[in-house]
Ligand binder design. Structure first.
Ligand code: THU
Length: 128
């Protein structure tokens, strides 16, 4: 049986808008209350304005009222599976250091915790 979070991320990947790179990414976040929020990459003719799938999913979750995550899944066609980029790690890290992040590719899955993906993160502690 397919993991529901992977299924949600795959469905989002299919909706990616990536006419420039042709690299389609889907992300799904499971909140602590069990809700699922998805995002996909949305590219732009002004390339630097591109939004990654993970950050799109974070925005969808926060807009819907979820701020604590249990798990994140990122699906792409990269082999080995593509981990979130540095900017997305920083944004995900704002909402939890302990949750699991799975990167799914065509031939397997790589798993980390958020803290493993972004050790020594900059966070709210630095601002107080
Ligand atoms: N991309 C993501 O959506 N997430 C990442 O973590 C890395 C890169 C997207 C951005 C761009 O549309 C395409 O992948 C190629 O960089």
């Amino acid at each position: 049986m397919t993991d529901p979070l992977v299924k949600a991320a795959r469905a989002a990947q299919a909706r990616a808008y990536a006419p420039y790179s042709r690299f389609r990414v889907g992300a799904a976040l499971e909140s602590e209350s069990g809700e699922v929020y998805v995002g996909c990459n949305v590219e732009n003719a002004s390339y630097g304005l591109t939004i990654c799938a993970e950050r799109a999913a974070v925005c969808a979750a926060v807009a819907a009222g979820a701020q604590r995550f249990r798990r994140a899944v990122v699906v792409s066609d990269a082999d080995p599976p593509a981990a979130p980029c540095g900017a997305c790690r920083q944004v995900l890290s704002e909402f939890g250091r302990d949750f699991r992040v799975d990167a799914v590719g065509p031939r397997g899955t790589a798993t980390w915790t958020m803290a493993e993906l972004l050790p020594a993160a900059f966070g709210r502690e630095q601002l107080s």
